[in-house]
Design a protein around this ligand. Structure first.
Ligand code: GLV
Length: 340
């Protein structure tokens, strides 16, 4: 008898067809956002789940779904999954690294340019019928070429962004938990600097780092003390008045209320955001700000990339439940406690 698996949100037909060859599939092609209880009810008797980044998978859910042996996220980020809870219960967790790097990097450059050169604002002005002629000081922006780009995070996606930024003659600074190998820095002439130096020197501060308890309201000088809040405010104050903040990582890394204040008071020049605290219910303060370019968490959303992500998650699920090693296993230690 085929094992039952649940695909929690809509996927491509080819993904379902592939999963159907291996499992009895409970799909959600209407793309309903299940409540937590509905999701738990759906997962009864299921050996695995192909999840989306909006499904919270924690110890309580796992205890109420004792048959679950694998949770395969259709995203590279996995802050929606409590990895320790999975490991403690012998549940395999996987993500989709690698397949989205270039699409996210492409989109990031788009957001950088849109923010620095005020593309959205210009379009709104034109559509509102306000364009009556061209003049010298019209919609003046910041240059992207030759700017100093400060990357918080220098993993695969960070490096794909650095590669594109070099095409724009940008200088690359980066900060991450640990310094990258010289071979990773060399192609981009990337310079490792402290968090404070990055904030002070960069024209474009770009977040592309994992969301963890340590990066919640990403701390700068005394990380732990900053966890109380308003870390964002202090960091934003360190940035140049002409600087731009781009967040491609996760909403909770930035204190959005502090960012709105900085944008209102113009202590920084602009922000380009693909992610928000509490998304999709973002802080309404952003909506009135001309100097915020807002994007609904779609950096990886090209058709080929989303198909590759869905298929990567599906392949992880098949490998996890048919005895193979899932290629993107996040918690190898779970093996010692594997559920029967
Ligand atoms: C998107 O944010 C992802 O984590 O894949």
């Amino acid at each position: 008898m085929k094992q039952k698996i649940v695909v929690t949100r809509e996927v491509f037909d080819e993904t379902l067809e592939y999963l159907g060859r291996h499992f009895e599939v409970v799909a959600n092609q209407e793309d309903r956002r299940h409540s937590r209880d509905e999701l738990i009810a759906l997962l009864q008797g299921a050996a695995g789940a192909q999840t989306s980044g909006t499904d919270r998978i924690d110890g309580e859910l796992l205890d109420r779904c004792p048959g679950l042996r694998a949770v395969c996220n259709t995203a590279v980020g996995y802050n929606n999954i409590d990895l320790d809870a999975c490991t403690a219960r012998g549940v395999m967790a996987t993500n989709t690294p690698g397949v989205l790097d270039d699409s996210v990097a492409d989109y990031t450059m788009g957001l950088v340019i849109a923010t620095c050169r005020r593309i959205g604002e210009g379009e709104r002005y034109l559509r509102a019928g306000q364009w009556t002629g061209t003049y010298l000081k019209q919609t003046l922006g910041q240059d992207v070429h030759g700017a100093t780009l400060g990357l918080f995070g220098f993993g695969r996606i960070g490096q794909a962004i650095a590669k594109r930024a070099r095409g724009f003659d940008m200088n690359i600074l980066y900060h991450s938990r640990s310094r990258a190998a010289a071979e990773a820095e060399r192609p981009f002439d990337a310079r490792y600097v402290s968090k404070e130096a990055l904030l002070r020197e960069a024209d474009i501060v770009l977040l592309i780092l994992p969301y963890t308890p340590e990066t919640h309201h990403y701390g700068c000088v005394e990380e732990i003390a900053y966890r109380k809040g308003y870390i964002g405010a202090k960091e934003l104050c360190m940035m140049k008045r002409s600087a731009v903040l781009i967040n491609m990582a996760r909403g909770g890394i930035v204190d959005d209320a502090a960012l709105i204040e900085a944008l209102k008071k113009k202590t920084i020049w602009a922000a380009g955001l693909d992610v928000f605290e509490n998304e999709p219910r973002l802080n309404p303060g952003f909506l009135a700000l001309e100097n915020a370019v807002l994007s609904p968490h779609i950096a990886s959303a090209s058709e080929p990339t989303r198909k590759a992500m869905a298929m990567t998650a599906a392949k992880n699920l098949v490998a996890a439940l048919t005895g193979g090693a899932p290629p993107n296993l996040l918690n190898p230690a779970c093996r010692e406690r594997a559920r029967a």
